[in-house]
Design a protein around this ligand. Structure first.
Ligand code: ZN
Length: 132
């Protein structure tokens, strides 16, 4: 995979403030505010920064947490897991493999078949609806 490398200033020029803060500064959007929380259409969720294909609507589920949640990425290689020690917690951060955008966190309390919960910020994603 070809990595995309840009400086913070370059990203700042491309993204709106909220998207920049979340994807490049690892901020978290407030729960129940994201635009994709209740999205039920069929399609693919891509990285808002670089278009990398991340998650399919087929793996989206209602977690009750207030953030869009998936139990599996489209391809394991498309997302990268990173240990995150911020806020005095040990969590697994999920980033886009292609451009290192912060996407959300990974938890092990998801549904079958994987038992995983990829907890994502809507602002890190761009949804491409399937053609009917
Ligand atoms: Zn990306």
């Amino acid at each position: 995979m070809n990595k995309i490398k840009k400086s913070n200033d370059e990203w700042k020029a491309l993204l709106d403030e909220k998207t920049f803060n979340i994807t490049r500064q690892s901020a978290t959007e407030s729960p129940f505010t994201g635009k994709y929380l209740n999205e039920k259409s069929k399609g693919l969720y891509n990285c808002v920064c670089c278009g990398n294909e991340l998650f399919s609507s087929n793996t989206k589920f209602e977690s009750g947490t207030g953030w869009p949640s998936f139990f599996e990425p489209i391809k394991k290689d498309n997302v990268t897991e990173k240990i995150d020690h911020s806020h005095n917690m040990k969590r697994i951060e999920i980033i886009c493999t292609k451009c290192d955008a912060h996407l959300g966190h990974l938890f092990n309390d998801g549904p079958k078949p994987t038992g995983l919960r990829y907890c994502l910020n809507s602002a890190s994603l761009i949804f491409k609806k399937n053609d009917e």
